[in-house]
Write a protein that binds this ligand. Sequence first.
Ligand SMILES: Nc1ncnc2c1ncn2[C@@H]1O[C@H](COP(=O)(O)OP(=O)(O)OP(=O)(O)O)[C@@H](O)[C@H]1O
Ligand SMILES: [Zn+2]
Length: 400
Amino acid sequence: MVDDLPRLAQADDYMRYGRQMILDDFGLQGQLQLQNSSVVVIGAGGLGCPALQYLAAAGVGRLGIIDHDVVELSNLQRQILHTDKTIDTPKAESAAQAIAALNPRVTVDVHPTALDSSNALSILAPYDVILDCTDNAPTRYLLSDSAVRLKKPLVSGAAQKFDGQLCVYNLGDDGPCYRCIFPKPPASEMAGSCEETGILGAVTGIIGNLQALETIKLITGLHDGKASLLLFSALSVPPFRTVKLRSRKPTCAACGIEGQKIGSVEETDYVAFCGGARPNWLERGLEAGRPESRIYVKELKSIIESERKHTIIDVRPRTEFGICRLPRSTSVPLNILLANPAPHLPSDKSCQVFVVCRLGNDSQIAVDAITAMDADLIVKDVVGGLRAWSNEIDPTFPVY
Ligand SMILES: Nc1ncnc2c1ncn2[C@@H]1O[C@H](COP(=O)(O)OP(=O)(O)OP(=O)(O)O)[C@@H](O)[C@H]1O
Ligand SMILES: [Zn+2]
């Protein structure tokens, strides 16, 4: 006897997804909706990995993974689909391999490319739901404007340090878009990467999981359709807060009823809109005309060994000073030094001052400030910072 119910693709799918299919309001219908759905995840990093993992396990039929980057050792602390074995592999490829091992039912589209205004609409168009798991403002605006154009919900996550944020934009007919809430991009100094600001892996895990959950609710009709911004702070009690959001802003440049004020996605320069490329301090190199205010690590080593009068000031945050440091260096975090350099400098003008930091950027700022205050002092920044010390002088010196 044959019943008239629709069937999942494979007989053992009933066993695989049984634990969620028996949930009231989910049922066979919910599983079929997942099986027939497609989701695209931009960024297979800290947020994208847990989001992809739960979406794949739950049985989303098609997953698109977009990421232009390759897996690095420093990613593994939180980007849990990648492993030691996939270091140097494109992240989109590495994530696809992990998903295939977890749930071979899922069709995965691998896009090892950077999403930009030229390719966004065509890459995103085939999918039902878009997940923003990236880490930079230009891509957030690009994704929001694309989602508005394509009339698709955008499940957006963000995480930094101990904190995270989650929001579904473009919900239904009148849910706000990212521009409704954040019409202007953040100041570029606020937008530090995980490498600069730090991030606890479990925090990205929480936000990425919530992105998967919101997506599953959207696809299976369990979402209440109300827009809210969820704020998570691991060190606060309680750690979760929710802010209700107003509906679409009539004046919004992207989704407002007063018509689109921004140009087409294809014609918009999102990097310029967000204040241009962030300064690449790593490439700043020797400042023209001031080579006397810099010292290379080899020369620093010989000065340390010669025991000529000198002092080494380390301007990294105290926590980083607690991870590794040069012998006999003194910790004066950059903000403290900039506030008032004088108390931290030697009174003996024949004592040279060397300023060191992690990569050789903050030390340049510190040297500029000290020189402006005391022109008689010999003060130099250590080119390339502690990273150069590790690369060129002492390979056992920790790199982080
Ligand atoms: N426009 C884009 N197109 C494709 N992938 C993007 C885009 N913007 C950001 N990403 C990807 O989003 C991911 C963000 O994840 P995350 O910040 O956890 O990783 P990360 O950049 O490797 O971190 P870290 O700052 O430690 O180097 C990265 O893998 C990055 O390559
Ligand atoms: Zn809007």
